[in-house]
Design a protein around this ligand. Structure first.
Ligand SMILES: Cc1cc2nc3c(=O)[nH]c(=O)nc-3n(C[C@H](O)[C@H](O)[C@H](O)COP(=O)(O)OP(=O)(O)OC[C@H]3O[C@@H](n4cnc5c(N)ncnc54)[C@H](O)[C@@H]3O)c2cc1C
Length: 466
């Protein structure tokens, strides 16, 4: 039966579209962090939307579970099957073409397996900006970005991935193709179904193509690193800079000394902007589409009150692209440095921006009281109220008991402050059980009802999200 099914898949996608040998399937079966390893009958790699539809139809008829996968950079185990070996991984990576660029409509139509960086580059070739950006952009795919409603470093100005989509093409769990590639900015014709698939993590259907928004490319960029007295001051500074510079503020990233030390330890080419060892720093990025926009002067003026009242301790404004890149690489290498340092307890959380300082002030002493030898690794997209608030245990991986206790401390506090246990990475398999404690029963019931309606046989990415 298993062999017959594999032959049937091979007949649909050809030899180039199926992988079954252990060496070649291995990279698809373990996640980026090495936290989840599963098994699969085969990795099926369709080359077109019609092939995806044919594969899904066969899965629907044979009740075969499907785990969609893009770049496999997800951080919650959403793209990894369970260990039973009953599912197939449906990889979109062969579907990687830019289909169309419509400059007048500021839109780009792409295959779901396009690597994010390739979309950014295709837009740039036409003097446009596709603003979604994150450290994994060289490997993650737009289908994965849409399915996780990814955030990244420019949400403050351009929104999450769901804010960047105009139209969608998807294969639904019964194998039918939804031709929704409309490039419309207004379309009030009932439920906006494309948003059901944003952040659904492959549990409702397979995204095969998308129409995305393009923006005018910035003509001026100003990057700066500012050292702060404490983490809470970042929130005050954020407000001041936003008030002064409005939409020119694109990125506002917080990082603690522990994070920077980790990057310096693992990446010898790191150039620190300051000689002093400040506990907290923010990376600020401003852009403007006006060529001679005086961003540096405006930023200096906006920083003055923070220096006067002691919140800002030091600042460096990049004077070259190389210096700007050096600042960004510190921020972007934090996850990799953290991974090289060993396993930690991860929290990808969000709060109302106004409560971030209070959260850090309360969470840290509570965690330190419970785990005196642990280190808090705190960084994140502070402009979006999103913190990566992780806990590492020197020389050892956290035990399940330590993980449970740390989660309880952090998540209880989040509930008190009306935050979320997943800001941008999703639920996957990591938080599927946990979320039941934090969403109301009505919300969970609505999610389950949608899942049942669209995927009654439960073949789409079982064991994830709901
Ligand atoms: C170094 C590093 C930095 C990161 N930084 C950020 C960040 O700043 N912000 C952020 O939000 N995330 C970040 N991530 C997480 C990750 O890159 C994102 O979640 C990304 O959107 C995943 O894309 P992917 O193509 O790798 O998806 P995968 O990992 O392959 O899949 C992710 C989920 O989407 C589903 N899926 C994938 N493709 C499809 C499809 N075509 N149709 C339906 N379902 C699909 C999968 O089943 C899975 O549930 C980072 C990861 C790394 C390793």
């Amino acid at each position: 039966m298993n062999v017959d099914l594999i032959t049937a898949f091979r007949n649909l996608v050809g030899d180039a579209g199926i992988i079954t040998n252990t060496t070649d399937t291995a990279p698809y079966l373990t996640d980026w962090r090495g936290n989840y390893t599963g098994a699969a009958r085969a990795i099926v790699r369709p080359g077109s939307t019609d092939e995806v539809a044919a594969v899904v139809k066969l899965c629907s008829e044979t009740k075969t579970a499907i785990v969609p996968q893009g770049g496999n950079t997800g951080l919650v185990g959403g793209g990894i099957p369970d260990p039973s070996g009953n599912a197939i991984i449906l990889s979109l990576r062969r579907m990687n073409q830019i289909r169309e660029i419509d400059l007048t409509n500021s839109a780009i139509t792409v295959d779901a397996g396009c690597i994010l960086q390739n979309i950014q580059e295709a837009a740039a070739e036409h003097g446009q900006l596709f603003p979604l950006s994150m450290a994994s952009e060289g490997s993650c795919t737009i289908g994965g970005n849409l399915s996780t409603n990814a955030g990244g470093t420019a949400v403050l100005r351009y929104g999450n991935t769901r804010d960047l989509i105009l139209g969608i093409e998807a294969v639904m769990p019964d194998g039918r193709i939804w031709h929704g590639l409309k490039a419309l900015r207004k379309d009030n014709t009932g439920y906006d179904l494309k948003h059901l698939l944003m952040g659904a993590e492959g549990t409702l259907g397979i995204i095969t193509g998308a129409v995305l928004k393009l923006y005018p490319a910035p003509q001026r960029t100003c990057t700066a690193m500012v050292a702060l007295r404490n983490a809470g001051d970042s929130v005050t500074l954020l407000k001041a800079i936003r008030d002064a510079l409005g939409d020119r503020l694109v990125g506002f990233e917080l990082m603690s000394r522990v994070c920077i030390d980790g990057v310096v330890k693992h990446f010898s080419a790191t150039i620190e902007p300051f000689t002093a060892r400040y506990d907290w720093q923010v990376l600020i990025e401003l852009t403007d589409t006006i060529k001679n926009s005086p961003l540096e002067e405006a930023l200096s003026a906006a920083l003055e009150p923070a220096f006067a009242n002691g919140e800002a301790l030091d600042a460096v404004i990049a004077t070259s692209e190389a210096q700007s890149k050096a600042m960004w690489s510190i921020r972007e290498q934090i996850p990799e440095a953290e991974k090289l340092n060993g396993k930690s307890v991860k929290h990808d959380i969000s709060l109302p921006i106004s409560r971030i300082g209070q959260f850090i002030d309360i969470a840290r002493p509570k965690l330190m009281a419970a785990f005196p030898s642990a280190k808090v690794i705190c960084f994140g997209h502070i402009g979006d109220g999103n913190l990566h608030y992780n806990l590492s245990f020197p020389g050892t991986a956290p035990t399940p008991e330590q993980t449970k206790e740390a989660n309880k401390i952090v998540y209880d506090l989040l509930d008190d402050m009306h935050g979320s246990i997943s800001a941008e990475h999703g639920l996957g398999q990591m938080k599927r059980e946990e979320i039941k404690q934090h969403k109301g029963i009505v919300e969970m019931d609505m999610m389950r009802a949608i899942k049942r309606a669209l995927d009654p046989a439960g073949i789409m990415n079982p064991g994830k999200v709901v």
